[in-house]
Write a protein that binds this ligand. Structure first.
Ligand code: ES4
Ligand code: ZN
Length: 329
């Protein structure tokens, strides 16, 4: 039995495996510039975040109908369940679809058709988090939030992703203010490729409750102290950091140092189809590379459920936490 965990940092478009991409391309009459799945996998050698994003946006053009999004989420949930995921807070990038003529309703309704059955089929509770592309304008983000208004009963929060450097959190101040007014929870990617100051800014200007990645906070001891004091969860994605060359090898990952510093770190898979593994593979990777013991692994899983947006269902959170305590390695 895998360690039960909540996955809090997962881009649904990043779960598109080559086999499904080719199947959807065929179904939708989209031509991919790769001969086959093996040739596509050959392209998964990234030098940085941007080189990954270029492929990520190109490949997701095979997603066109509600059924495509349903199939995508079903495939993720099945794999996630096999690796211990009990609760998933799923990011999606509406602008990456609306910009090519796929309405946000197609995306939300397609994903929802899968998520509505996730509990009965896979034993996973779910939430949806709408992410704004930070390399697009603040106006585009505001228009996206406006377009999402008919679907807010299915959306728990907002996030901020895509190319980080040069697009500081403050660019989205007004969008996050509006999101807060609408009662949405707030998270943001910060301190992945961008500096520690972006982590601070995401907290101060955007009012985020969790930081996605946040790795580079380790360059700023005062910021670390604050994150510990304010119990801000950080959603780490170890295999992603290696594949995107944020660090050289898993053995260089600061996760252990972050745990030792008292940070509320969690383990997640980010874009598992692209980075070589789902959430259990990420746990196994850091366990082996950093020599984590059972109590440290249990702490990581406990953090994930404590950081989950389950405030509307505390009995469920308590059940999940009890599963973590009862887990035998
Ligand atoms: C992403 Cl790893 C990562 N970083 C920023 N934005 C993203 N979108 C999808 N994966
Ligand atoms: Zn991410």
């Amino acid at each position: 039995m895998p360690l039960p965990t909540a996955e809090l940092h997962l881009h649904i478009e990043g779960t598109l495996e080559p086999e499904l991409a080719f199947a959807l391309a065929e179904r939708n009459g989209v031509t991919l510039p790769y001969a086959d799945t093996a040739a596509l996998r050959e392209a998964y050698r990234f030098s940085d975040l941007q080189s990954f994003l270029d492929l990520y946006y190109a490949l997701m053009t095979v997603l066109r109908t509600p059924e495509d999004f349903t199939a995508l989420a079903d495939a993720y949930l099945e794999r996630a369940a096999a690796q211990g995921v009990r609760h998933a807070e799923i990011f999606f990038d509406p602008q990456a679809h609306t910009s090519r003529g796929v309405p946000i309703g197609t995306v939300v309704e397609g994903l929802s058709a899968s998520l509505d059955r996730a509990e009965e089929r896979y034993g996973i509770s779910t939430r949806l988090i709408l992410c704004f592309l930070r390399d697009e304008s603040a106006e585009s983000a505001l228009a996206t939030l406006e377009a999402a208004k008919p679907y807010l009963d299915r959306i728990t929060g907002v996030g901020l992703d895509s190319a980080e450097v040069g697009h500081p959190p403050a660019k989205f101040r007004a969008v996050y203010e509006e999101a807060a007014r609408l009662g949405l929870r707030r998270v943001a990617h910060a301190g992945e490729e961008g500096p520690a100051s972006y982590v601070r800014e995401a907290l101060d200007v955007l009012g985020v409750e969790r930081i996605d990645h946040g790795l580079r906070c380790m360059e700023d001891p005062e910021l670390v102290e604050r994150l510990v004091r304010e119990r801000i969860p950080l959603t780490l994605c170890p295999l992603s950091n290696v594949r995107l060359r944020v660090i050289d090898t898993l053995a260089d990952h600061p996760l252990r140092a972050m745990l030792d510093a008292g940070l509320r770190v969690t383990v997640n898979s980010d874009d598992p189809a692209y980075f070589g593994g789902y959430v259990g593979d990420n746990y196994d990777g850091v366990r082996d590379a950093l020599g984590l013991g059972e109590e440290q692994l249990r702490t990581l899983a406990r953090h994930s459920f404590e950081a989950a947006f389950l405030d509307d269902d505390e009995p469920r959170r308590a059940r999940y936490l009890a599963e973590v305590e009862a887990h035998t390695f």
